[in-house]
Design a binder for this molecule. Structure first.
Ligand code: C5P
Length: 236
């Protein structure tokens, strides 16, 4: 069951590498994130390949455009049969509502998540962007997350630092998907402020996005198994 909580980030650039990784993770991992690198290089073929291996796909393309365009992109993604996809909440209320409406009410529709403020933007850059009197970064994250849920989105992507406060603010129902997670035994890579998988789940995350600790491990299946054992007792 723990494997259901882990979304393996497929930061790869071709189908051969994807196939090799899926072969090694077959039967262990069930959820995979396909982002801009892999999707731009391979298109829907990468989604189809994950599906052929029985996996579910979080299509992480962070749509951000006028409502009509985003609604069309969301419909196209839904046609690929993805499990989850996301939009930038900064696209605005009308855009989020259009994206949600494009998915309809079918029980098996994809889940729609919102990205608030990119974690690559720290407070100094945020202050510069919004100018004097602008909303502070943390308040903006909370504001956008609440807007997203009010527009019918199923949840938000949140950094480990934001997860606990967003869980408190949003309540139990909205999904929170948390990247920037590192077990103590893995390298931090370029992730600056991390939580362990157990800490992130206890903070209120529903799903953990984990890439290199699994994909760059000598034995990805063993790394996946170790992560699953680690979080087995930590359900929120
Ligand atoms: O390899 P690693 O575990 O760092 O991969 C994490 C994945 O989550 C990458 O695809 C990265 O782009 C994404 N991500 C992140 N931090 C965020 C948002 C997304 O690491 N704040």
């Amino acid at each position: 069951m723990s494997a259901n909580r882990i979304i393996v980030a497929l930061d790869l650039s071709d189908l051969d590498a994807l196939k090799r990784l899926l072969d090694r993770l077959a039967g262990r991992a069930q959820r995979f994130k396909i982002g801009k690198e892999l999707f731009t290089a391979t298109g829907p073929a990468s989604v189809e390949l994950v599906h052929r291996y029985g996996g579910r796909v979080f299509l992480d393309l962070k749509f951000h455009d006028i409502p009509n365009t985003v609604a069309g992109a969301v419909r196209s993604a839904a046609r690929l049969g993805v499990w989850m996809l996301n939009v930038h909440t900064m696209g605005g209320t009308a855009m989020m509502k259009a994206a949600r409406a494009a998915l309809g009410e079918e029980e098996r529709r994809p889940l729609l998540l919102g990205v608030t403020v990119l974690t690559s933007l720290g407070p100094p850059e945020w202050a510069e962007l919004v100018g004097p009197g602008g909303r502070p970064l943390e308040a903006q994250v909370a504001f956008l997350a609440e807007r997203a849920i009010a527009c019918g989105l199923d949840g938000v992507i949140a950094s480990p630092q934001e997860t606990a406060s967003l869980r408190e603010r949003l309540g139990e129902r909205p999904l929170i998907v948390t990247p920037g997670v590192r077990p103590r035994w893995a390298a931090r890579d370029d992730q600056a402020r991390v939580l362990t998988p157990t800490e992130a789940l206890r903070a209120g995350a529903d799903y953990l996005v984990i890439g290199r600790p699994i994909t760059a491990a000598g034995d990805p299946a063993a790394a996946m198994e170790r992560l699953c054992e680690e979080i087995a007792g930590a359900k929120r």
